[in-house]
Design a binder for this molecule. Structure first.
Ligand code: SAM
Length: 280
């Protein structure tokens, strides 16, 4: 594989299991002029493990804007750069956004080298709907800011995905139960691809109890996924739907919803919304 002159490679690295590095990632890391790493000591261990001797430079949250300018100049001079973070895919709750934006704005080629990301690994094994989801990263540490971030998500029908640290996992699950309701289904994915990998699903209230009962489950790295808010169509049961459909053949949509509500006891506005969805 030849490295393209002047290109910035965004290289995913493992989130725990070193076996998850890709053959292409290794080739790129071997072949570029320099590796821009979130933490050069941390990435140094990975590079040493794979016998990669490419020079490294630091690119982290505190120097990213300044260092990005010098990297873009190097790219424009035809050098090649690989961006890596401590684990997983750069830019996903990790540095790199400013570098990629600046490189693209300067007309440099940016090439992703896909690989591990805790977000997608967790979602793929969660059993929660994955057709639509929203990634919310880390919640704020302070209760007020955390609730302010959770509140607007309360009625979101998509699966919600969060990253969380061990010292805040209990607090965050309790806060989610407070805002979304303790009965909302959720899944905790802990230590993915590592020895103590655990993927555990329950209601948010159940997860709170589970964490409280076992200190081992509060250790390591976490992805928390919460099922989306139930939608009208999920609250109208099969019998109510059957009756509504029969009535829709005979009377107006509004009348059908009102009659079906009287017959089934399901809320009229839910049936009305459901009938609208059917009509669409
Ligand atoms: N860029 C990374 C990615 O693509 O997943 C994420 C970096 S972010 C700074 C680190 C967070 O990702 C951790 O606090 C945890 O929430 C999640 N994470 C990383 N590795 C994980 C793993 N092996 N198992 C579960 N969560 C993990």
């Amino acid at each position: 594989m030849s490295i393209i002159s002047g290109a910035l490679y965004v290289v995913a690295t493992p989130i725990g299991n070193l076996g998850d590095i890709s053959a292409r990632a290794l080739e790129v890391l071997h072949g570029v002029t320099v590796i821009a790493a979130e933490d050069t000591r941390h990435s140094g261990k990975l590079l040493h493990h794979f016998g990669i001797k490419t020079p490294t430079m630091a690119l982290h949250d505190h120097n990213e804007r300044v260092v990005s300018e010098s990297i873009v100049i190097r790219l424009q001079a035809g050098e090649t750069v690989a961006l890596v973070s401590d684990a997983g895919t750069p830019l996903i709750s990790d540095p790199g956004y400013h570098l990629v934006a600046q490189a693209r704005a300067a007309g440099c080629q940016v090439i992703p080298v896909p690989g591990a990301s805790a977000l997608l690994a967790a979602l793929s094994a969660s059993g929660l709907p994955s057709d639509r989801f929203t990634f919310e990263g880390f919640l704020p540490a302070k209760a007020g800011a955390r609730n302010a971030k959770l509140e607007p998500l309360r009625e979101d029908p998509r699966t919600l995905v969060f990253y969380e640290a061990p010292h805040r996992i209990e607090e965050s699950i309790a806060a989610m139960a407070g805002v979304f309701g303790g009965e909302r289904p959720a899944v905790i994915a802990r230590e993915l691809s590592k020895t103590f990998e655990t993927i555990h699903g329950d209601s948010l209230a159940g997860l709170s109890n589970w964490l409280a009962a076992d200190a081992n489950q509060r250790k390591g790295e976490f992805v928390v996924m919460v099922g989306g808010a139930p939608q009208a169509e999920q609250l109208v049961d099969a019998e109510a739907e059957r009756i509504l459909r029969l009535l829709l053949d005979e009377v107006s949509l509004k009348q059908a919803a009102a009659l079906a509500a009287k017959i089934t006891g399901v809320k009229k506005n839910l049936l009305y919304q459901f009938a609208l969805d059917l009509a669409r």
